[in-house]
Design a protein around this ligand. Structure first.
Ligand code: 4HQ
Length: 213
């Protein structure tokens, strides 16, 4: 899968995309992340990307020309990619959505807004508006990282061991988790539940199901 991210702050992604599983997934050619700097599509010698809002009010709005040009460039590289817009007005991002993207999309283009938002006309080239939750952030970069993370780990081959399909059959909707313990068996007076030490796989599975949230 190719995930293209349109942002004014590509450096924000360095730590997240180049660590741990997301880094490994790229190294193994299971995913490719491409950062597109919206500033490169800015207008004039100052590379202007924002402007004052029609109708007045505080803050700046991302201009349509740079946004459309950046989406055009991303679409040229990957014509079938699905275009996602990060916005608190969008549909709530869920594990179900992450699974659908990982299973059915070969490419995603994620638009990260900044300032008060973007010119609404960008929605004419957007396939899906997505929110990661009901709170207001300073930009769409953190939401884009969350989507990249949640989708990448579901790409076949990224996680070791169980496949995502197998996992799903074990836990409803694939989001339930049971408590985990590792060595030592006793730590600061706190013990590991006896059943987990028992070696009874049936009872362990039963305990995990009874204790999952
Ligand atoms: N944003 N879920 C981008 C968000 C947000 C969210 C605020 C998106 C600022 C410009 N995005 N604008 N919550 O708070 O996706």
């Amino acid at each position: 899968m190719t995930i293209q991210i349109i942002t004014l702050f590509p450096e924000m992604f360095d730590g997240v995309l180049n660590s741990s599983m997301l880094w490994k997934a790229q190294k193994e050619n299971l995913v490719e992340y491409k950062l597109i700097n919206l500033r490169d599509f800015g207008i004039g010698p100052r590379k202007q990307v924002d402007d004052i809002p029609y109708g007045g009010g505080d803050g700046m709005v991302l201009k349509p020309e740079p946004l459309f040009a950046a989406v055009d460039a991303a679409k040229e590289a990957d014509p079938d990619a699905k275009v996602l817009l990060m916005t608190p007005r969008g549909d709530l991002f869920t594990q179900e959505m992450a699974r659908e993207f990982a299973a059915t999309e070969a490419g995603l283009i994620i638009i990260c807004g900044r300032y008060e938002g973007y010119d609404e006309r960008i929605t004419s080239v957007v396939d899906k508006q997505i929110s990661i939750g009901e709170y207001v952030l300073t930009g769409g970069e953190l939401p884009a990282m969350i989507i990249a993370d949640a989708v990448t780990r579901l790409i076949p081959g990224v996680l070791g061991g169980e496949t995502s399909a197998e996992k799903e059959s074990h836990s409803q909707a694939g989001v339930l988790e049971h408590p985990h313990y590792t060595r030592p068996e006793k730590f600061r007076g706190l013990s590991v539940p006896e059943v987990l030490l028992s070696g009874h796989h049936g009872q362990i599975e039963q305990w995990r199901q009874a204790n999952q949230k």
